[in-house]
Each structure stands twice: as C-alpha cells, then as structure tokens.
Design a protein around this ligand. Structure first.
Ligand SMILES: Cc1ncc(COP(=O)(O)O)c(C=O)c1O
Length: 300
C-alpha cells in the first residue's frame, strides 16, 4: 500500500482545476455517484505520452451522447486535462483514468435536472505485469453470469461497472485473473475488463459488436493482424471454438496483449503463448513505442 503522505501529494484534475487528492471531492447529488450515470476511460501513458488519447476521448464522448448527456464536452479540454494531470504529477509511464458523469442533479432521477458534466482525471505510476506473467499467460473462468447481447451498456465503458467487478472478483476468488462473459445464446462476448481473441484454423477471430466494448487495443490488434497478412474474422464465437482454439489472448489498454492459456482449468492449445499471439504482442509493443516517441498528441 502507498504511504498516505505520497497519496496526499498527487494532483487530481477536477472540473478544470488541479487539486490535491484530499480536495478531489464529489457533491452528494452527482449522478455518477448516485446512479453510475457516467463513463470512464483507463489509458496508458508511455514516454510521457498518452497512447491513443484521441480514440479514448472519441469513445467517451460518443458514449456520453448515447447516454443523453455531454453536449458541452470538448475533446480538446478533456485532452488538456489528461495531459496536464500526467505532466503535473511528473509521470512518464502511467495509468490515466478519466471519469465523466452527467453532473449534479436532483435527489430523484431526472436527466433534465443535471448540471454540466463532472470531469475528473487521476494519473498513477503504472505497474505493468511481469515478463513471467506474459510468459505464463492469464487463466480465466467462464463467468456464471450471462450478459445480454442487446444491453444498452454493452458497447460503452459506463460507470455502471458492478457486473464486471462481480465477475472479476469471482474469478479472483477462484485463483484466476479474468472472467469471460457469454451472452444469452451461449456465445463468447468479452472479458470483464478485456476483449478476447482466438486463433483457430489459421485465422484470428474475435466477437463482433454489439454486446462488447469496442476496445481501443482490440482495434489496434485487428489492424496489426491485417497488416501482418493474418486472416481476421469478427464473428460469433461458440464456447467450443474457444476450447478447440490453438491460441487465445486478451487485450486492454493496460495489459496490452496478454496470452490466455487456460479457461475453466483446461489448457487452450498447448497451454502456453503461441506464435501468433507472440507476433501480435511484439507488433503492438513496436506500435506503442513508435507512436509515443513521436511527441505528445494534440487535438485541434
Ligand atoms: C469490458 C471491457 N472490454 C474491453 C476492454 C478493453 O478496452 P481497451 O482496449 O479500450 O482498454 C475493457 C477495458 O477495460 C473493458 O472493461
């Protein structure tokens, strides 16, 4: 656990101002707190640059519009807030979390009553997984809770994240790192905090939207795979496809490309990271390096 005095020294961006952590407080009637009526993004910064900041902000703003708020949100000011939080905390390699709620409303649910959105940015030193973890890969369980493929929340990174947390905590109690959601038809959707890919019969396959978060890392992986001339399919994936796959991996902005080597106690393929996974993981690292050493992204 971090020392309390170190925590007190962090600066948090709250509605346009950087304040010490202890002053980063929410009003009681904030709809993010009351109802989970808001969105968040978790991003990675490398070499002092937030990777794919623009895409994360686009996804968040689109999600806010879908939820019916955030007409006043500007990509430029959100980007400035994220970049300032990183710089003012003197961070180079970090996790950056942007949280946006609909704002302060009435005690009774009424979207019209909401003020302007609440915007908070927190940045912390990143603590990447060890090389040994990447060599071993993640294990997962199939979550005992199914997710509705037509859910209003399936495609957005909403603050209503409790279902994901429950599945994750349940997986951790079983001694594994991730839980995979199936939909009502028994088809694979995604991890509680990641997208899922399989390599089967020479093709890379991943579930298609709706019903999944269109991950920023997932998008990069699809593009990288195509550029490596790998056959790519966005399609329905049955549980049997996963268990008969030669390889599988998980993606998100923090873990990047993580081999998935065991599900429900059964090895996927040979139970260790396979050649396609290794190639895509290495290409992703090269991409990150080249993008984040070109200088900070600025939005017009
Ligand atoms: C449910 C879910 N799916 C997929 C992802 C991967 O998204 P990204 O690659 O944009 O980090 C996340 C990220 O946390 C997630 O929570």
């Amino acid at each position: 656990m971090s020392a309390p005095d170190a925590r007190a020294g962090w600066l948090v961006h709250v509605n346009g101002r950087l304040v010490p952590t202890g002053q980063a407080l929410l009003p009681a009637f904030d709809y993010g707190f009351l109802y989970g009526y808001g969105l968040f993004e978790t991003m990675r910064a490398y070499n002092g640059t937030i990777f794919r900041l623009e895409q994360h902000l686009e996804r968040l703003i689109k999600g806010a519009h879908l939820l019916g708020f955030g007409r006043s949100l500007s990509g430029k000011s959100l980007a400035d807030a994220c970049n300032e939080t990183l710089a003012e905390n003197s961070l180079k390699s970090a996790r950056v979390r942007l949280t946006v709620s609909a704002g302060i409303g009435d005690g009774m649910p009424d979207p019209e009553a909401c003020s302007s959105p609440t915007v908070m940015v927190v940045a912390r030193e990143s603590s990447p997984r060890t090389t040994a973890t990447y060599e071993r890969g993640f294990s997962a369980v199939i979550s005992r809770w199914r997710r509705c493929q037509d859910s209003a929340l399936g495609g957005i990174k909403s603050l209503s994240y409790v279902e994901n947390l429950l599945a994750k905590f349940d997986a951790q109690r079983q001694g594994v790192e991730e839980a995979l959601f199936l939909d009502g038809r028994g088809l694979l959707l995604e991890g509680s905090m990641s997208n899922v890919f399989i390599v089967r019969e020479g093709a890379l396959a991943t579930p298609r939207p709706p019903g999944i978060l269109p991950g920023i890392t997932r998008g990069d992986v699809l593009n990288l795979a195509r550029s490596l001339a790998t056959l790519v399919e966005e399609r329905d994936i049955a549980l049997q496809d996963l268990f008969s796959a030669q390889e599988a991996f998980l993606t998100n902005s923090v873990i990047e490309v993580m081999p998935l080597t065991k599900v429900d106690g059964k090895a996927i393929g040979e139970g260790r990271p396979g050649p396609v996974t290794r190639q895509i993981a290495a290409s992703y690292r090269t991409l990150v390096e080249s993008v984040t050493t070109q200088g900070r992204l600025t939005l017009g």
